[in-house]
Design a protein around this ligand. Structure first.
Ligand SMILES: *Cc1c(COP(=O)(O)O)cnc(C)c1O
Length: 403
């Protein structure tokens, strides 16, 4: 059967009928442990009763009114996000790329209203991923995504990953801001050292630039704190979030200080769907859970346990797993074989994971997993690694030796 969906994704031939907690049930009836987490979206797993209640309650009241009117749920969600962060103001949209677009526009407008319209360029980092709109692609600077789509949007200067000296060299009269993911997600779970983030903050302060963090993947508890930057002591001026904020309902948000967002007056930005009552109800419900006392501490404890067990597997299977890295439940296994082989072997063991750059396999469990799911995942990884090790041994053996 030919599909009429534009074939822009290399999809696995697997479809799911329903989910419960950390588990997905395929149309074939097979159960999969979902450590792909919809690529860091399904932070509360599947079919969470509190989210279902919030969405269905709102669905029976009003779905959409447009931003011509006030949306109380959005005002509440914005206030809560600001109370929990550096920010004073929030713009709601529907995706990570849109949240990034807003961050980029805020940075340019900030400089323009400060009397520096010539400052519009943004420094970004090799391996970054900021989304698939034309500006977000230009910010990410990855050739494979830009090829064939005409001239990239102007105004991004890309330098080596986490390199302060290269950042200094790229600074110019036209620089408006520096943009970085505190932990690179798609790029392979590469953690930016805190001293580098601190250095970038200092550079921004010295030169009147804004520091923009892309926490689309790291935000809303993924790394064990509500935002990854909290663990670094370095505060941005503007931050994009999305993925886990709606826990599966499409929401993006751009958070900013009042000073940074100074120029964003009525008419400067907008989105038809952004912040609609359904999305806001789910966003508030997500925060209800993630901000429950003890929730994030439990995420940190479980993540530590998971990483310790993974480190043991790395020691046992050095020809399969080269490195375990990441923070909280944003975990990367750098593979010693092709990462695609490991992802496939894990899926054969009914464990879902996601490939990333730098030959990494990402483990993105729902934040609600406990010891039982972690033990299950460790057993699956153990079996998959043993099977790959066996294949490697057969390949390495001289002819006939394996018989
Ligand atoms: C996923 C992601 C984006 C893009 O989000 P979309 O919702 O796909 O537009 C941007 N930045 C980072 C760090 C991401 O992980």
């Amino acid at each position: 059967m030919t599909s009429h969906v534009l074939p822009t994704y290399a999809r696995v031939d697997l479809a799911f009928e329903r989910g419960e907690g950390a588990w997905l049930v395929a149309t074939t009836g097979e159960r999969y442990l979902d450590f792909a987490g919809g690529v860091a979206v399904s932070a509360l797993g599947h079919a969470h009763p509190h989210l279902i209640a919030a969405l269905t309650e709102q669905a029976s009241k009003v779905w959409h009114v447009s931003n011509l009117f006030r949306i109380p749920g959005g005002e509440r969600l914005a206030a809560r996000l600001c109370a929990e962060s550096f920010a004073d103001q929030v713009f709601f949209c529907n995706s990570g790329a849109e949240a990034m677009e807003c961050a980029i526009k805020i940075a340019r407008k900030y400089q323009a209203v400060a009397g520096h319209p010539e400052r519009y360029r943004i420094i970004t980092y090799e391996g970054a991923f900021h989304g698939r709109t034309l500006a977000a692609l230009a910010a990410g600077g990855q050739k494979k995504y830009l090829d064939g789509f005409g001239p990239p949007v102007e105004g991004f200067d890309q330098v080596e990953f986490a390199d302060i000296e290269a950042t200094k060299r790229a600074l110019g009269e036209a620089t408006a801001a520096i943009l970085i993911e505190p932990i690179m997600g798609e790029g392979g779970v590469r953690v930016v050292p805190t001293r580098v983030l601190r250095g970038l903050r200092d550079l921004c302060d010295q030169h009147g630039l804004l520091l923009l963090f892309d926490e689309v993947q790291t935000g809303i508890g993924r790394t064990g704190t509500l935002f990854a930057y909290e663990q670094t002591g370095v505060t941005p001026d503007v931050m994009a979030i999305a993925k886990a904020l709606g826990a599966g309902f499409p929401i993006g948000a751009c958070l900013a200080t009042a000073e940074a967002a100074n120029g964003m007056v009525a008419g400067t930005h907008g989105s038809t769907f952004g912040g609609n009552p359904l999305a806001m109800a789910v966003g508030n419900a997500t925060l209800d859970i993630v901000l429950e006392p003890g929730f994030l501490a439990r995420v940190r404890d479980n993540a530590l346990l998971f990483k310790q067990r993974l480190a043991q597997l790395k020691d046992r299977y050095p020809t399969v797993i080269a490195e375990v890295r990441g923070e909280g439940m944003l975990i990367g296994l750098r593979a010693a074989v092709a990462n695609a082989e490991l992802v496939d072997a894990l899926r054969a063991e009914r464990l879902l994971t996601v490939a990333a750059g730098d030959n990494v396999v990402r483990l993105l469990p729902p934040l609600i997993v406990g010891e039982a799911e972690i033990a299950h995942a460790i057993a699956a990884i153990d079996r998959a690694a043993a099977r790959i090790e066996g294949r490697l041994a057969v390949q390495a053996a001289p002819h006939g030796a394996s018989r």
